[in-house]
Design a protein around this ligand. Structure first.
Ligand SMILES: Cc1ncc(COP(=O)(O)O)c(C=O)c1O
Length: 394
């Protein structure tokens, strides 16, 4: 489906024409109405070029290990910049799951602190990994949501002196609800517990400063709003904690000296690199570097403002049409997604797909995920198609 540009597009901090110029770097958007950044960010010409560059480098250089390791270091630096952290506080991993697993493997559940507090909003991986720790003595407690949101008070009852770690998502992958991480982290800190934030559904859309978030660990990855590709993630670990955490999930890239090639001992790196494992995801680091550089070029204040305008527009249109919205109404309580309840969410996604509209669904909700490259014309196309499929909506 050919898309038309719309001069009524929300502006964020830039003019409409500047946003349209940026949008033109995402060729999928000329072909489809793309509202699925919560699953997979749209590919830019920059990222496509970087992936081609990887192939060219292989052809030209044969094997250039030092250069590839430098690429990995460049991504580490860019993630550190994104989070206002030190590169020594960043591990580059193959997934967010790998980062959570590595942290979990460094924890000891034999002492008086056995409790792991998660929430009803977790992406499955952040539940499954912690439940797996029950085999090592952990006791997982899940904090319930009230009507689509989890206020901090719900965490107050769960976090206590027996809590070892609080591991919660920032933005819920099902309904876009955004938790108050600094307040939850403060509760964890007051009770002497660690705090891990799964930032995957928010990073790239919201400015996050690691230190002021209060989180001890932040995990994320590059395939969604950070505009890179699948197969590469990261872990931030607060610097002071690193020397006291020794992962038992490890590998040669986690050692103090990668070149030591010593198979007779375990000598973890003094930095967050100790949370890594095997060889870095080299092709993916080319894509990640290019994706992160777009985010840096546009800047998170402009991105956040733009997404705020787009999510407001979707919420207003859904409300006007009388649809049931699963996302909290308060803009401070949601991220870049607006979720609309459906009777048959999978059938609705398929119908929208036939109309050239790319969305996804989870837990009975149609997920409408907005990034800075979306515009008013995308929203109009979505609501025109929803009107034709109202029988599938709640
Ligand atoms: C909030 C959240 N956490 C974790 C993940 C999984 O990340 P990975 O596959 O890199 O482990 C996802 C993926 O959709 C997610 O949305």
């Amino acid at each position: 489906m050919q898309k038309t540009s719309n001069s009524q597009a929300p502006g964020g901090l830039f003019s409409d024409s500047r946003w349209e110029e940026i949008r033109a770097r995402f060729p999928t958007l000329e072909r489809r109405t793309y509202l699925n950044s919560c699953a997979y960010g749209a590919i830019s010409t920059d990222v496509a070029k970087a992936l081609r560059q990887y192939v060219n480098d292989r052809v030209e250089k044969g094997s250039d290990w030092d250069y590839w390791v430098q690429k990995n270091e460049s991504v580490r630096g860019a993630v550190a910049q994104l989070l206002g952290a030190d590169p020594d506080e960043i591990a580059i991993t193959s997934s967010a799951s790998a980062g959570i697993n590595s942290v979990a493997s460094a924890l000891n559940f034999d002492g008086p602190r056995k409790k792991v507090v998660i929430s009803d909003f977790e992406f499955p991986t952040n539940g499954q990994i912690w439940y797996a720790q029950e085999m090592r003595g952990a006791k997982v407690v899940r904090v319930a949501a009230n009507d689509g949101y989890i206020p901090v008070e719900n965490f107050e009852q769960a976090i206590d002196e027996e809590t070892l770690i609080v591991a919660v998502t920032h933005v819920c992958y099902r309904n876009g609800a955004k938790l108050d991480i600094p307040a939850i982290a403060e509760l964890a800190r007051r009770n002497g517990a660690l705090m891990l934030m799964d930032g995957y559904q928010g990073l790239g859309t919201i400015a996050i400063d690691a230190a002021s978030s209060g989180a001890d660990f932040i995990v994320g990855g590059m395939v969604k709003y950070l505009l890179g590709t699948a197969g590469i993630g990261f872990l931030y670990a607060r610097g002071e904690l690193i020397p006291d955490l020794t992962p038992t999930v490890t590998g040669w890239f986690a050692q103090a000296d990668i070149n030591a090639m010593d198979a007779t001992r375990y000598d973890p790196a003094p930095t967050a690199r100790r949370f890594e494992a095997g060889a870095p995801p080299v092709p993916n680091s080319y894509a990640a570097e290019a994706g992160l550089s777009i985010i840096r070029e546009i800047g998170l204040p402009a991105i956040e403002a733009r997404i705020g305008e787009l999510t407001d527009a979707v919420r207003d249109a859904a409300r006007e049409a009388g649809y049931s919205i699963a996302t909290p109404a308060d803009p401070a309580h949601h991220g870049p997604m607006v979720a609309i309840r459906a009777h048959d969410d999978a059938a609705l996604v398929a119908k929208l797909g036939e109309a050239g509209i790319v969305t996804s669904c989870r837990g009975g909700n149609l997920r409408v995920a907005l990034h800075f490259y979306n515009n008013a014309s995308d929203i109009e196309s979505l609501f025109t198609a929803l009107k034709r499929n109202e029988d599938l909506l709640v």
